[in-house]
Design a protein around this ligand. Structure first.
Ligand SMILES: *Cc1c(COP(=O)(O)O)cnc(C)c1O
Length: 355
């Protein structure tokens, strides 16, 4: 056996949402956007295909300038990655190594422990509150000399709970100024909570805050891999140092720019998804399920020991959701038809199982 890092034995494998094996199956397991690509985005990507024999621009100057303007920051504060997962990896690599702690709520985004252990750091998982939210007080209490970076996922994947601006400010007031706090806003476009924390405002107020955004969810570009961080210039410069060179393809950059040109059209789609979320939530409640308000493009059923049985019933009905054994099931808001199939399947589950 060749030399391999022993820390990797502790990395949980990233579990991709189940992939459908037949066309009669609906995939509601990966929080993907149910709408097909916009024609304008597809055309822009098709034109860019002429240049796939060339390396992409690493600096992506035009897209960087546009995003900087959108966020009201300087271009030096924007760093792209192949999805915000890659940018999260850059953030951890730049902040934490052997002996350092990477803190996040749990359960939250499953990439966080993978990234932390991959960097040689120690993941510190702080349990959610009983109402499925980050326990920010417990997180602040858990900060040690070794804490290097903290992820705050708002709204949280997989529970959909959002944090208020006041709550996150109170938390940031307790975090030492040399600890980087990353606010992961992958689902921000679906968030209708008027009180929610606004990452970019917190970034302006607290120099130790960075914000993560992605084109994968609301913009429907999960397959092209592009996301970005807004960070202070010194942090951003370090992110560029650890970034995988040329990871963000020109196709992805082009699609992102074309999506920014189509914001109004995309906003309509987001509104449709949010309306479907309301329908799914109220129908599930009418069926007797106990679910919270999700501010993301999925709903969360806390099912505990019933998780496997109900997931099996969904699978049997051709609905692929994301089950976390012993905890619960996350169901993506898909097309109205797909959502109705999930609702029908859940209505058929024995009433005694309802949480
Ligand atoms: C989906 C998701 C991302 C985005 O992943 P990409 O790499 O941009 O596709 C980031 N954070 C969370 C919490 C997510 O659920």
């Amino acid at each position: 056996m060749v030399k391999q890092r022993s820390a990797l034995e502790r990395i949980p494998a990233y579990k991709q949402g189940a992939m459908p094996s037949t066309s009669d199956v609906v995939k509601l397991s990966s929080n993907e956007n149910p709408f097909p690509p916009l024609a304008s985005v597809r055309d822009a990507v098709a034109a860019e295909l002429e240049r796939i024999h060339l390396y992409p621009s690493m600096a992506a100057p035009e897209l960087t300038a546009r995003i900087a303007e959108l966020q009201g920051v300087e271009p030096e504060n924007i760093v792209f990655g192949a999805g915000s997962v890659e940018v999260a990896t850059q953030l951890v690599q730049a902040s934490a190594g052997e002996g350092d702690e990477v803190m996040f709520a749990w359960r939250s985004f499953e990439a966080y422990p993978i990234i932390a252990i991959g960097a040689g750091a120690t993941p510190v998982q702080v349990p959610l509150t009983h109402d499925e939210r980050h326990d920010l007080d417990a997180m602040a209490d858990a900060i040690t000399e070794r804490t290097a970076i903290i992820f705050v996922c708002n709204p949280n994947n997989p529970t959909g709970a959002s944090l208020t601006h006041a709550e996150v400010r109170a938390f940031l007031d307790r975090v030492p100024s040399d600890v980087l706090v990353v606010i992961d806003e992958a689902y921000e476009h679906f968030n209708r909570d008027a009180e929610t924390a606004i990452g970019i405002d917190l970034y302006r107020e607290y120099p130790n805050v960075a914000v993560l955004h992605t084109f994968s969810k609301a913009y429907g570009l999960a397959g092209l891999r592009i996301g970005y961080a807004v960070a202070q210039a010194d942090v951003a410069a370090n992110l560029r140092k650890v970034a995988v060179p040329f990871a963000v393809s020109a196709l992805a950059q082009t699609a992102a720019a074309a999506s920014l040109d189509a914001e109004a059209e995309l906003a309509n789609r987001i509104d449709d998804i949010v309306a479907e979320r309301a329908r799914v939530t109220s129908e599930l409640r009418a069926q007797g399920w106990n679910i919270g308000d999700s501010q993301a493009n999925f709903v969360w059923l806390r099912l505990g020991d019933d998780t496997a049985r109900i997931d099996a019933a969904l699978t049997e009905a051709g609905v692929l959701a994301r089950a976390f054994p012993g905890e619960g099931i996350r169901i993506t808001i898909g097309s109205p038809d797909a959502n109705s199939r999930a609702l029908t399947a859940l209505a058929g589950v024995h009433a005694g199982a309802r949480g």
